[in-house]
Design a protein around this ligand. Structure first.
Ligand code: ZN
Length: 452
């Protein structure tokens, strides 16, 4: 069985990271479907982990079956480079924070916001050649940054509920892990808050499982969630929340689990307890909230040329200026104007995969042929340059030069845990699974108490 290979018409996933918290508030259990389907395809087929699991024995609730489905799916898929969450930047001579941020596709005001935090953040104004920054970016926003100030102290910046926050970690900082579990009554957002999770934590939780669960459409009352996360303390006083270490979503008895793991090279990601990645190497759609105006079709009457010409891509109708995102990590292999395509960007992703984005009104400033881009990074804006009657994005997905239907092509998982880290991961994973189970048990006993 394949759960993430979609045999018919797939549903573009909800772009969680782009949804405002206000938007999330509206995703109640009952109302979710109607609110979303209007923006996407009318015929939406959910072919995700939950549905696939739903066809199995309902009594088999171990995380292992979820994992084996992923393994089967991965086996005949492509191997591609890891879509990394953290980027390590080695500062070169003459580089400052603005130059580094621009190269990463971050807007100028991100530098300003960061430096205005004061304190040890000021040290980032005096970067010298050879310094190392670990940076996490999501949706073109700075999500996290760590910088070693000296042997004992590390500057750690992250985005919290109220924007960027910085803390200097020293030996005195204590990290405690906390477990929280809750039950879905209304929505992930409301019930997450009831369980005392921060808004930020709820977004991260949704993000971790975002490739497998559509929290707007797949929630059922009685579904349960559990989170193990870090809290940072100094002198017995809580400074702030840290990262999610492990998470669980229990949908009608089917448990999906995620464990955070940081490899020695600094790359951090979430994996199933068996070590499979929870991310995919590509996102399905390069534009949010767009409508498909022309599907992949090898015998199509061209709207301008009026001849039968294969349409070897998918067209997404969207307003001029709508941001276009790279669907996977890679390197820009071409950026420029090309006949019918107009302003076009192609990205090489490794293992013979190349994606193409045409008819742009303009390119993202700071990017050029040869630039490295990350999954989800904005690379340009919708337009109607070249042969186009109305503003839209023409998107192609090629494997070894052959055009594949971007809507149905098998999207590979990001790489699993490397074999050499597996032993360490398994021991982390066992601890985290035990913590998730503690949270579960506590919730169950609270539930038993509440019942008359
Ligand atoms: Zn097209």
């Amino acid at each position: 069985m394949k759960f993430d290979y979609i045999p018919g018409v797939p549903t573009p996933r909800t772009p969680w990271r782009r949804l405002s918290l206000l938007g999330l508030l509206g995703f109640a259990v009952a109302a979710g479907t109607a609110q979303l389907s209007g923006s996407f395809l009318a015929a939406s087929v959910q072919a995700d982990a939950l549905n696939a699991l739903g066809q199995q024995s309902p009594n088999d609730t171990s995380g292992a079956d979820f994992d084996s489905i992923i393994q089967t799916a991965v086996k005949d898929a492509l191997t591609v480079p890891e879509a990394s969450q953290w980027t390590t930047v080695s500062v070169k001579s003459g580089q400052n924070l603005s130059i580094i941020f621009e190269a990463l596709g971050l807007a100028h005001d991100e530098v300003f916001d960061l430096l205005s935090l004061g304190g040890d953040v000021h040290r980032l104004k005096k970067l010298i050649s050879g310094d190392e920054l670990h940076i996490r970016i999501a949706d073109d926003r700075l999500e996290g940054l760590t910088y070693s100030l000296d042997e004992r102290r590390t500057l750690e910046v992250r985005r919290g509920d109220r924007g960027l926050e910085a803390v200097t970690l020293t030996a005195e900082i204590e990290r405690r892990s906390t477990e929280i579990a809750g039950e879905i009554r209304d929505s992930l957002f409301l019930d997450g808050r009831r369980a005392k999770l921060s808004d930020r934590m709820i977004m991260e939780f949704a993000d971790i499982f975002g490739y497998d669960i559509d929290f707007a459409q797949d929630l059922h009352p009685g579904d349960r969630f559990a989170v193990v996360y870090e809290e940072l303390y100094r002198d017995g006083k809580k400074l702030r929340d840290g990262d999610i270490l492990a998470a669980e979503f229990n949908s009608q008895g089917h448990k999906l689990r995620a464990v955070r793991f940081t490899a020695p090279d600094g790359n951090t990601a979430y994996y199933t307890p068996q070590g499979q990645s929870l991310r995919k190497a590509f996102i399905r759609t390069p534009v949010d909230f767009a409508r498909i105006s022309s599907p992949f079709n090898l015998r199509r009457l061209h709207p301008i040329l009026h001849t039968i010409r294969a349409h070897k891509g998918v067209d997404y109708a969207a307003g001029t200026g709508t941001p276009i995102k790279a669907t996977g990590d890679g390197k820009i292999s071409f950026q420029g104007a090309k006949r019918g395509y107009g302003n076009v960007v192609t990205i090489k992703h490794g293992s013979g995969v190349e994606t193409l984005y045409a008819h742009m009104s303009r390119f993202r400033s700071g990017l050029r042929t040869g630039s490295r881009v990350r999954q989800g990074q904005v690379i340009g804006y919708v337009g109607k340059s070249g042969l186009a009657t109305a503003p839209h994005l023409h998107y192609e997905f090629r494997i070894d030069g052959l055009h594949k239907n971007p809507m149905t092509v098998a999207l590979p998982r990001a790489n699993p845990i490397e074999a050499r880290y597996m032993a360490r991961f398994r021991s982390d994973s066992a601890q985290m699974t035990a913590a998730l189970e503690r949270a579960d048990t506590r919730l169950a006993s609270l539930g038993a108490l509440a019942r008359p």
